[in-house]
Structure formats: C-alpha cells, structure tokens
Design a protein around this ligand. Structure first.
Ligand SMILES: Cc1cc2nc3c(=O)[nH]c(=O)nc-3n(C[C@H](O)[C@H](O)[C@H](O)COP(=O)(O)OP(=O)(O)OC[C@H]3O[C@@H](n4cnc5c(N)ncnc54)[C@H](O)[C@@H]3O)c2cc1C
Length: 219
C-alpha cells in the first residue's frame, strides 16, 4: 500500500491570491500578512470559513491500496479518479499485508476495536491468509485456463491491491483528511490518509497550519 504525489498546482500563496481576487489584487511572494490571511480564511471572525480560495490548489496522487479501501476512497465525490481496469490489466500487485485481527465492541456509531492476540489471533491470521491465497490462486488458474481477466476478477477478494490516480482540490482534500485521519476511520484507510496528509503538508505548509489551528473545519 503506497501513496505518491504525482503533481501539484498551486501553493500557500495561490490561496491568498485567490482571496485577494475580490479586491483585484495579487502578490508575488508569501508574507506574514498571507499567513494571517490563511488563518482568517480558515477561521474568520464570522465563524464561516471562506472555502472557495482553497479550491485553486490541486493535487494529483497515485495510490496503491486494497479494493476495500479504494471503494471507500471513491465515495469522496469531489475529485476525479482513474483506476486500473480488471478487463485490460492482470491484477499483479497481489494482496495487502495482513492487518492484525481485531474484535469490535460497542454499538453502531460508537464502535471500538481491540487487537486479538495470542493463539486465537494467530489462528485468525492463518484463516485470513489461506483464504486470500486460495482466491488469488483461483484467479491465476482461471487466467491460465483461458478465462478473460474481467470474468476471473470476480473471485478476487477485497484485500486485492488496486491502483488509481486521484486529482482533488485542497478544499475537498481537507474534508477527506478530516474524515479519514480521524480515529473512527477504518484503520487501514487512516494510514493511507495520513500518508496523503504528509504529502499535502510539503506543498501547503502554512495553509495546513491555518486549517489545523482552526480545528480542521469543513471549508
Ligand atoms: C467513519 C466513516 C464511516 C462511513 N460509513 C459509511 C457507510 O456505512 N455507508 C456508506 O454508504 N458510506 C459510509 N461512509 C462514507 C460517507 O458517507 C461519505 O460518502 C464519504 O465519507 C465522503 O464524504 P463526503 O460526502 O463529505 O465527500 P465528497 O463526496 O467529496 O463531498 C464533499 C462535500 O461536497 C458536498 N456534496 C457532495 N455531493 C453532494 C450531494 N450530492 N449533495 C449535497 N452536497 C454534496 C458535501 O458538502 C460534502 O461534504 C463512511 C465514512 C466514514 C468517514
């Protein structure tokens, strides 16, 4: 599972320049005033964040992750996805590394998860990995026997690694990061979202600080 930043259009200054557009003004270099403006945009006195300027910074990521996580990722509609095709390409990347088994406690909307350790945990890992190996083996056998990739793909498990490109603006990304790095998010997705956030931080560090200082609001 991996996330790579393919491309990025814009930076901290892009956001403040888009906000200054209201006054027909534009600056060439980031200053303390811009950092102040970023904080005001994320947390204005009115209490209503000014979100549109953040849309002008656009990121493009390449992601390798399980079909399970990809399915949840693509629920984020404000962005564009292109995914490897199970018709044209053989799913060669295999399956995700087995996460530690966990039990679920509590009730809907308030679940907590606890790692299952000891012999029971090891037995669960064994069952999990045997099942994946059997499904993957079936996929490759079917292909060898002459089945089309798109037909054989039906036997692939949710743990199969898929790959996709994702183009998304910073406003939508802030919503994604708030939801998917949260402790309630699916643990495997949370790791990927944190990797995304680390990459975003390299391109818009001051905007990220402003957004974090404001409490990671919906922009
Ligand atoms: C912990 C967790 C559990 C989840 N469990 C489930 C589940 O059990 N089942 C399930 O189906 N989904 C589930 N989801 C997915 C969730 O419902 C969202 O689909 C997903 O998080 C994308 O969020 P979003 O709609 O805010 O993002 P985007 O689709 O990127 O949208 C961004 C924003 O644009 C606006 N927007 C987008 N489309 C519309 C629209 N059609 N109408 C009005 N406004 C719109 C909204 O303000 C939205 O917040 C879960 C998500 C999380 C984080």
């Amino acid at each position: 599972m991996a996330v790579e930043l393919l491309d990025c259009m814009g930076n901290d200054l892009t956001i403040t320049n888009m906000a200054r557009q209201s006054f027909g003004r534009r600056k060439g270099e980031l200053s303390d005033a811009d950092i102040g403006l970023l904080n005001s945009l994320a947390s204005p006195p009115s209490g209503v964040p000014h979100g549109a300027p953040w849309e002008h910074v656009v990121f493009q990521f390449k992601v390798w992750t399980s079909i399970r996580v990809a399915r949840e990722w693509m629920r984020h509609r404000i962005g564009s996805f292109s995914e490897i095709s199970t018709r044209y390409a053989e799913m060669k990347a295999g399956v995700m590394e087995t996460p530690r088994p966990r039990a679920q406690h509590g009730k809907p909307m308030q679940y907590t998860f606890e790692e299952i350790t000891g012999p029971l945990g090891e037995t669960m890992v064994e069952i999990f990995e045997d099942s994946l190996a059997m499904s993957l083996g079936a996929y490759h056998r079917l292909l060898e026997m002459g089945a089309s990739k798109e037909w054989a793909a039906y036997v692939l498990p949710l743990a199969t690694i898929t790959e996709f490109s994702w183009t998304v603006n910073f406003r939508s990304l802030s919503n994604f990061m708030a939801l998917r790095t949260h402790e309630t998010a699916l643990a495997e997705f949370r790791k990927e979202a944190m990797a995304v956030e680390t990459l975003v931080m390299t391109k818009v560090p001051h905007a990220m600080d402003a957004w974090n200082n404001a409490g990671r609001p919906s922009l």
